[in-house]
Design a protein around this ligand. Sequence first.
Ligand code: ATP
Length: 440
Amino acid sequence: MNASMEQLISLCKRRGFIFQGSEIYGGLAGTWDYGPLGIELKRNIQNLWWKTFVTDREDMYGVDAAILMNQNVWKASGHVGGFSDPLVECSNCKSRFRADHLEGDACPTCNKTGTLGEARQFNMMFKTTVGALEDADSIAYLRPETAQGMFVNFKNVVDSIHPKLPFGLAQIGKAFRNEIAPRDFIFRSREFEQMEIEYFVHEAHWKDRFEDWRVSVHAWIASLGIPADKVHELEVSEGDLAHYSKRTIDFEFDFPFGRKELYGLAYRTNFDLNTHADASTVPLYVVEDETGEKVTPHCIEPSFGVDRTVLAVLASAYREEGDGADTRIVLKLPVVLAPYKACVSPLLKNKPELVEKARILYSALKKSMGSVAWDDNGNIGKRYRRQDEIGTPCCIVVDFDTLGENPDLLDTVTVRDRDTGTQERVAISALPAYLNERMS
Ligand code: ATP
């Protein structure tokens, strides 16, 4: 069954994944806060992405640029002049909409027709000032994408690391867009995170490298447990291409509210390096080893939204199984993404000997695996349900047999599997190897 947005939002709030931003003050539209479990899931996604696209490869380098950048960066990139959406206002209820998201000529809020005004361009960058003086020179923008941080550091990386083409820069970080109508939970917010790659190639090779990245994006999506049949490529038509792009594919996902962009893959030519070189008057190129020739590489950009990834992962993992009182909600997350890898419980919380033994095991596992939960609330069935709901792959229970009531089972525990509900008896000494195997 497909999860609804109500089910996902309710689970996220109930179990500490994601909360409305500034909630106790009535919220701030377009902002979301990650709670204790949400941040674990989000970090696991980011860490897997970094491992997949940076540390496991030989041709990728990370950067972490400042969010505030010289305003000339955004003038050169075209964002000051053109990073805008068409804004339409209803003269009756004053609601504001993105003109390109409207269907029909009635206002979606008050349903009146003939009240929607002319569309005007609205720049989506958040503006601020840097330093004590507020004048034209002190204007700065919160970055609306992480990409430019990599283009402006191109020369620094080339001069310090001396990479050979093809090579890429990767960055994970916050981006800010003053979206006219933030909506659909964390899908469209005003503050979000991106994981972006600028991959530099010889112009002659862009088509092959673009194809490599198209395949890599699909492999990444599969590694998150997102079913391939819910992912669709949209070849952006020439008329809709961004000013810097000669080819773009959107990777769309069947979100509960419809098919929408999850990621993008763009061939940005050498537009960015050329415009920054012109505007800054600092030449941006690599020198070819064999010929000594200066080359301004072309760039392929796979761009991944972190929050849209979280949402697609949750939507793909969410299940409700069984009927009526027996219904269980389970997040069938890939183990690598699960906020907790295991949960340790004493069978009964009022038996000190069980609690003591379970605590020792819990501490040892926490030391070796980090993300391990402790749960001694309610009966075992309820604990299993609670862990299922947050995607914990294994529940480990210390019972009287662990203490030797049945001598054959001394120092063994029950390990219950999230997905199948099956239980196995495992020796404590064999647990690390057992869990390692289960985690890989
Ligand atoms: P859309 O058409 O949905 O507004 P976009 O084409 O403007 O998205 P890009 O500029 O290509 O998006 O940004 C790269 C990625 O950043 C997107 O594929 C998406 O995953 C993420 N992203 C963009 N805008 C937002 C937002 N407002 N909230 C959350 N994630 C976003």
